[in-house]
Design a protein around this ligand. Structure first.
Ligand SMILES: [Zn+2]
Ligand SMILES: [Zn+2]
Length: 223
């Protein structure tokens, strides 16, 4: 379904809320709405949490591969949209392999600087999440209304209320001097054709079957 004009205008307006962070933040925030697809409370909350986590580390939004983010939301619960806001704000994106979800079903994130191993965890204050779950927006969602069908003034109000608050009212932040990172494979720039299906595979994801290099689905292994 195409995006409604009133949603487009509201997203453009709401993008400006990020003027308080300066620089290109309004552009990033506006983009975050368009990429996310609808106006809700979860994405902007994650966005502010992400900006706040960067601030704790005195770090910039990640453009390359220098930081990682662990977001604690999961699948199968409301307000998982939080993770999209975290992703957009921190620049630690799924595609860059810099974001993982711990599936704890909690509204918190940790940003880690890969080089220094310094990290910041930001969690949303319990009363903030509890109030969000009492909002007319979540009430409508509970009744099965898709986010784009919630009246735009209801969803806009959520974002305005969020930006009327200071970070300290919304979040608890903690610095971690040395974060223990799980070891992952080194990134590779090499590719190989799977001997079974012929599709191209990143070299470090190949498996051997009868002495031939194959992709994971063709190998019969799960990972
Ligand atoms: Zn959402
Ligand atoms: Zn294959």
């Amino acid at each position: 379904m195409p995006m409604k004009q009133e949603q487009v205008s509201a997203m453009e307006q709401l993008g400006r809320k990020a003027e308080l962070f300066g620089g290109i933040w309004p552009k990033v925030f506006e983009s975050a709405f368009f990429v996310h697809g609808h106006i809700c409370g979860g994405m902007p909350l994650g966005f502010r949490a992400g900006v706040w986590a960067l601030k704790q580390l005195a770090a910039e939004r990640e453009l390359n591969m220098g930081k990682l983010v662990f977001v604690e939301t999961g699948t199968g619960h409301a307000a998982g949209c939080f993770a999209d806001g975290v992703q957009m704000a921190t620049g630690c994106t799924f595609g860059k392999g810099l974001m993982s979800r711990t599936e704890y079903g909690k509204w918190a994130l940790t940003v880690v600087d890969k080089e220094s191993l310094r990290a910041a965890r930001v969690s949303v204050r319990p009363e903030v999440i509890e109030a969000a779950f009492q909002s007319p927006f979540v009430k409508a969602r509970r009744e099965g209304v898709p986010p784009t069908e919630v009246p735009v003034d209801v969803s806009v109000k959520l974002v305005e209320n969020l930006f009327a608050k200071k970070e300290e009212e919304l979040f608890v932040a903690k610095l971690i001097e040395r974060y223990e990172l799980p070891r992952g494979p080194k990134p590779t720039f090499n590719i190989v054709r799977c001997a079974a299906c012929g599709e191209v595979v990143a070299e470090n994801k190949l498996r051997l079957k009868d002495g031939k290099p194959v992709c994971i689905p063709c190998s019969g292994y799960r990972s």
